[in-house]
Design a protein around this ligand. Structure first.
Ligand SMILES: C[S@@+](CC[C@H](N)C(=O)[O-])C[C@H]1O[C@@H](n2cnc3c(N)ncnc32)[C@H](O)[C@@H]1O
Length: 267
């Protein structure tokens, strides 16, 4: 257990946190469906979504396993998770392990953009692998540290503001709260160490234009981390210009690279 294990930077229940979850669903659900789909979930199976956020993946999983199956949605903040047929919402800290209503075995365990925030991610991945039924799948998706390069022809001052706020977010404020964007590159090795087989992974990245979900997600992240960024040295005028860039339809970047890995527990 580390000092930063409960220091998640963002507030899923806030208005900006709701926008954040909506944008993540818009950007990444397609990749989630693409990596889980070929597993071929069956009616009656049992799934777990760790750090379920806005619940879009939970709802999709629930459709796959039907009312005879179960999807357990775990998050420290369950304010955006609704119960439904076959859905069990559990407010819990994954650092405390999988006990009670969260206990395995599971046919599928998924965690997207959650472990990168948790300092004990290696131990948590091992706990999740242990909770799989024989033949069950672990699916982990996280963003990497690949720089989010400006592609549009904006002035050097705007590019410098974008790069400085990105640096403060990803290399100062985030790591101080336990975030590690290099984790995405280690998921494959950790799955092997946890005894999983049949590993398969994907990397995806798109360009994003100001005003679209790909840049509005940065506006929502930046607003939630506003005070921490100022404390780390960001200036209010830089924060304002950053927000303007996120809404500017002529501003364009390469967005986050999302790494997804799946691995199966031997039967
Ligand atoms: C970046 S969001 C990702 C949400 C969702 N998985 C997605 O990709 O759309 C991370 C989620 O993990 C949750 N979370 C953070 N720390 C947690 C912890 N220790 N245990 C359980 N959930 C946690 C947050 O509340 C938040 O909903």
């Amino acid at each position: 257990m580390t000092d930063t294990q409960n220091s998640y930077l963002f507030d899923t229940g806030s208005e900006q946190g709701g926008d954040h979850m909506d944008h993540l669903a818009h950007l990444f659900d397609v990749h989630t469906v693409s990596i889980i789909g070929p597993i071929g979930l069956q009616p009656g199976q049992r799934c777990l979504d760790v750090g379920a956020g806005g619940g879009s993946v939970v709802r999709w999983l629930a459709k796959q396993v039907g009312p005879s199956g179960e999807v357990v949605a775990v998050d420290i903040d369950t304010s955006r998770l609704g119960d439904g047929p076959g859905i069990t919402v559990v407010g819990a800290d994954i650092n405390e392990g999988l006990v009670g209503a969260q206990a395995g075995p599971y046919d599928l365990i998924h965690a997207r953009l959650t472990l990168l925030h948790l300092p004990d991610r290696e131990a948590i991945l091992s706990t999740l692998a242990d909770a799989l039924a024989p033949g069950g799948w672990l699916v982990i998706g996280d963003a990497t540290s690949r720089p989010l390069r400006v592609l549009s022809d904006h002035c050097m001052r705007d590019v410098a503001i974008w790069e400085r706020i990105q640096y403060l977010s990803h290399e100062v404020v985030g790591p101080a709260a336990g975030m590690d964007l290099t984790w995405g590159y280690r998921i494959s090795d950790q799955m092997v160490a946890a005894g999983l087989a049949h590993l398969y992974g994907t990397e995806n990245s798109q360009t994003a234009t100001g005003g679209s979900p790909g840049l509005l997600v940065h506006a929502a992240l930046n607003t939630q981390a506003h005070d921490a960024l100022l404390a780390a040295g960001a200036e209010e005028w830089e924060m304002q210009r950053y927000q303007e860039l996120c809404h500017d339809p002529t501003f364009r970047i390469w967005n986050y690279q999302l790494v997804y890995l799946r691995g199966q527990k031997p039967r």
